[in-house]
Design a protein around this ligand. Structure first.
Ligand code: FES
Ligand SMILES: [Fe+2]
Length: 464
């Protein structure tokens, strides 16, 4: 566990109001477990660029890490009825997640047992799995149904011809798969995460937008562009008037989960002395934060009230209407701050009561490319029918994220502006080293330390 080094980094922090102090001053109680999270000192060693650029390192991840972790593969709403199938592919594997008659979900290895054709190439609804090549057919529970000219396969028994399966488990509307049997249960793997999300109703959410694009950078480099607020000063300077970037709180929760809380409605410590009044903070917030405020809205900040409090009041009302429930208990923090969780290795669900962002990063064929996906999960009012299923919109290389996601997309476009140059630069680096900030980039170090635990273990039957 990461907690064996208990030295804390809390003394090292930027000037200004910390997130914990903002939480203390909140108009509503902020959950204790959010205030208690801590940031241990994980050391200061540089990372090697080779971790992002080497085909051999990439292959070791594929062999040793990916088969052993729980991967977010689908949302429950994508598989509403028996026979609904989602094809989830990653790191050289393809799974056909299939809703069963009894409501459970099974994940079959998506390959025909005859001569290896992929069974499904797209999501859809099936009554059976019939291979388009020679017609071998399986029931939706993976049991063998028919083999044309069965008499010619006398050498094969039916039973071993059932489709092999990966493990499946779910939490909060997210369905996970794991290739290798054994190891921690999903519950053990997620640790405290479900407790943190309990208030935010992840199981009552549904996908309202889902956009993806291939990024010319390593999957870890891409994920790490979303693990710290340190880059705001140079990459997103327009949000500094209302973003406490350097006051973000970073905390680690076991090997697989970590959290960054970035406060909004407060000015960046980098701008201290700029003398922004509360209305100016609010105006910048409304202009450049497309996640928690509606486009083109105006909010007047009453005299003696902070922008943060005014935004809290506004969003509590608004999110209550959207969710069809009273959210008066929601703190100012939970209706505006960025609660960015990362679950090892490639899943990042945002917390809070706001429409939730979910990131997923998949290596896309090699160490130099990533499929980055952004979903927005909205709350469905109790008793209302679920809206139609939203499918992934794949952006072409020339399309930018703003076309699909508005102001939020334009922030992502700024992040994307760095990534091709990060991948190219790491290959060109003279030192071959990356240096990390001790606290603001602790989540990146945490991520690599967990990865190293998988890579160090050759696993069962693997020859060193
Ligand atoms: S490869 Fe599937 S039936 Fe022949
Ligand atoms: Fe960013």
């Amino acid at each position: 566990m990461v907690a064996n080094n208990t030295k804390e980094l809390s003394a090292a922090r930027a000037p200004g109001v910390s997130w914990d102090e903002l939480a203390e001053a909140d108009s509503r109680p902020v959950p204790e477990y959010l205030k208690q999270g801590s940031c241990p000192d994980l050391g200061s060693e540089p990372l090697s660029t080779e971790r992002y650029t080497s085909p051999e390192f990439f292959q070791r991840e594929n062999d040793r890490m990916w088969p052993r972790v729980w991967q977010f593969a689908a949302r429950e709403e994508e598989l509403r009825n028996p026979g609904d199938v989602v094809v989830y592919e990653n790191a050289g594997r393809s799974y056909a997640l299939t809703r069963q008659q009894d409501g459970s979900v099974r994940a079959f290895f998506n390959v025909c047992l005859h001569r290896g054709r992929k069974l499904r190439t797209a999501d859809g609804k099936v009554g059976e799995f019939r291979c388009p090549y020679h017609g071998w057919t399986w029931n939706i529970d993976g049991s063998l149904k028919t083999i044309p000219s069965r008499w010619d396969f006398k050498h094969l028994d039916d039973e071993p011809l059932n489709l092999p399966e990966a493990e499946v488990a779910s939490w909060g509307g997210f369905i996970f798969v794991r290739e290798e049997q054994g190891g921690p249960s999903l519950k053990e793997f997620l640790g405290e995460l479900p407790l943190h999300f309990e208030r935010w109703l992840p199981e009552r959410r549904y996908t309202t937008a889902w956009v993806a694009k291939v990024v010319p950078a390593n999957w870890k480099a891409t994920a790490e562009a979303f693990m710290e607020a340190y880059h705001v000063i140079a990459t997103h300077p327009q949000i500094m008037p209302f973003t406490g970037d350097a006051n973000s709180k970073y905390s680690l929760h076991g090997d697989n989960v970590n959290l960054a809380i970035t406060p909004f409605g407060t000015t960046s410590p980098h701008l201290h002395g700029a003398g922004l009044d509360e209305q100016a903070i609010m105006d910048a917030f409304l202009r450049y934060n497309g996640r928690v405020v509606p486009k083109d809205s105006t909010i007047e900040v009453p005299a003696g009230v902070t922008a943060r409090r005014a935004m809290g009041d506004f969003n509590r009302r608004r999110f209550s209407e959207m969710a069809g429930m009273d959210l008066d208990h929601a703190s100012d923090a939970e209706v505006q701050d960025a609660f960015t969780y990362n679950v090892f290795p490639n899943f990042s669900p945002w917390g809070g009561f706001s429409p939730a962002v979910v990131y997923r990063w998949r290596p896309w064929q090699d160490q130099d490319h990533t499929l980055m996906e952004v979903r927005i999960l909205g709350l469905v009012p109790e008793g209302e029918p679920l809206p139609d299923v939203v499918r992934m919109q794949m952006l072409e290389p020339h399309q930018n994220w703003a076309e699909a996601l508005g102001v939020l997309g334009s922030i992502i476009d700024q992040d994307m502006g760095n990534l091709p140059h990060v991948q190219a630069g790491m290959k060109l680096s003279k030192t071959k080293k990356l240096q990390l900030a001790n606290s603001q980039e602790v989540r990146i170090r945490h991520f690599h330390q967990t990865l190293d635990k998988y890579l160090a273990d050759p696993g069962h039957g693997e020859v060193e």
